[in-house]
Design a protein around this ligand. Sequence first.
Ligand SMILES: Nc1nc2c(ncn2[C@@H]2O[C@H](COP(=O)(O)OP(=O)(O)OP(=O)(O)O)[C@@H](O)[C@H]2O)c(=O)[nH]1
Ligand SMILES: [Mg+2]
Length: 425
Amino acid sequence: MIHIHIGGAGVMIGDILWKLYHKEEPDMSYKHSIFEEVKNGYVPRALFVDLDDRMITQIKKNRNFHYHPSYLINSKEDGSNNYSKGYYTLGKDLHPKVEEQLRKLCEACDRVQQFIFTQSICGGTGSGYQSLLIHEISKNYNKTFQTGFSIYPSAKMNNNTVYPYNAMLSIHQLVEYYDAQVLFDNETMYQMLQNTIELDHFDYSHLNNLIAQTISSYTSINRFCNKNNEQILSTIVPYPRIQFITPSYGPLIDINDYKRNYLSQKQLLEYIFNRRSKLYQSEITPFNLATSLISRGLNADQIQKEHQNQIYYHNYYEQKTNYFVSNQKNYSVLEQLTEINQTQTLFSNDLMIKRKLEKIGYDFDILYSKRAFTFWFVGEGLESGELSECRENFEQLMMDYQNLLKIDDDIDEDISNESYDSQLS
Ligand SMILES: Nc1nc2c(ncn2[C@@H]2O[C@H](COP(=O)(O)OP(=O)(O)OP(=O)(O)O)[C@@H](O)[C@H]2O)c(=O)[nH]1
Ligand SMILES: [Mg+2]
């Protein structure tokens, strides 16, 4: 398994993730799927790539272990929220260096089974360079499973004007080359934290911690149970383009909240299947094509035997949720959050994600109808017809979702309400 962390957000998420991995596996002195043996110890099998040096300099201060210096790659100037700089100009210049280190990383593995990416698709590097890299990786390592854990635009909380262009251009590429994409949005995560945890102050580290916990649960099935963790996602992506997965994680408990650390299995299931536990949320009640659940904690398999019948959640095709268990202690990277006895991570292929993705299309149309800022993108190498081609492809993607929903827009809300909440009663 090789991790690739791209752009400011991707790098910072990666750093928290590796802090968490280190807590979970302090002993690196054996050959391991996520650590590589080097001359004087072990280093993460991970590339950190950013166009500027700010975040990479910051993560070099990580005291738990050293990242391999050659696997931390940056140049001097960031992508200024411009996909084209990440894809065509600055990113392209940096790419040979990344390609060389990636080849070395891969050669040090017996077999590369999977690439795991983290990034935001709203800025320039996470959108543009990610698209370039995933394209190249798919060409050169086409038998591997590609999973993106990405921050997608939020409805209100985006800090640059041209994010709809960045997001639209990336989605066009990513949907071709990823096997599955797990989506997060900052606004949802902020709200969720504010509603569940009593802290005076939240920052990106709290959001990144949530993302790191989700990825760590996903890889734990491989790291601790020696099972192929791809099936957690591959089994819930029946059609290649219907690959946008919403994650849910919980419970979240702050250091002073003892009571909720002892939720029953039934309470835990209710918590995780509640739409408010999703880390990428729309107002619409979910309508799931398929779901995978990971239960994590010291006695998770014992609890599974006792409560298997409670996994009664049915999906679109009437199949049950895929259930995975990882018997391993839960750790927390942030000191304000407690270490919880048992956590659950749910991955849903929720067709209602369409409603939230559509917003990217609306925001794109507002900009593009006036050709606002397009010269920034064309000036860095984008062909003039590319934006409208991406928009058309996106529209087709939304139609693919609509065809699966097979229901009239007027009535889909009623049906989805029924299909979700009633199954938990
Ligand atoms: N969750 C989370 N979101 C972040 C973080 N840093 C930035 N973001 C969000 O992600 C978006 C993109 O920011 P970056 O990842 O820094 O951008 P980049 O990929 O480095 O692209 P350029 O700096 O434009 O080259 C921002 O608009 C923020 O909304 C972070 O550490 N965590
Ligand atoms: Mg940046």
